[in-house]
Write a protein that binds this ligand. Sequence first.
Ligand SMILES: [Fe+2]
Length: 194
Amino acid sequence: MPGSSSELTIRECAFEIIRLCEALALDNAALARALQAPLQRIVSLPDLLSLGVKRQGNHIDNSKYLYYDGQLVISLDEFPKGKRIPPHDHGVWEAIAMYRGSVEHTVYERIDDGSREGYAELAVVDDRRLGPGDVCVLIQPAEIHSFAALEEGTHSLTVVGGHYAELRHYFNPADKTCVVRRPRPVSQARVAAN
Ligand SMILES: [Fe+2]
């Protein structure tokens, strides 16, 4: 049975993202730039809120899969207004593409060498308000972010280029500390944490 036109567009964009990942595997900056167009195409679709399949999120309750193939994940997530998600890493690239509402979003690069347990020094590389159509790609060397929704009904695409790390770092930049956490049981960790 053919999908709706929006579902087909999402699928086409997913295939384009996969091609870009293969072609630009060695050039993170180029990949981050190239991902903008297919992600903006998806968030221009008017009916995303009516699509998708319920997903178990980590930081949030309302999350739906729009695309999943065991590697690439595209989900549509509702960010609760005012809930600040602390700085965290992913172990894989992740992109945010805003659909509705807005977020205060900060991207960090870790500048210490990670050799001291519990110590981490972060530098802010991007700090801005993201609104509908804005895309931010978190990729090495800057794949740490924190955010908080500024409005009710804030929805964003979260796109992940593979499996999340099973152990994730959560940072306190003011104290220059970090803790390692396992967001979910190993069996779920690959897809269950933003
Ligand atoms: Fe994240």
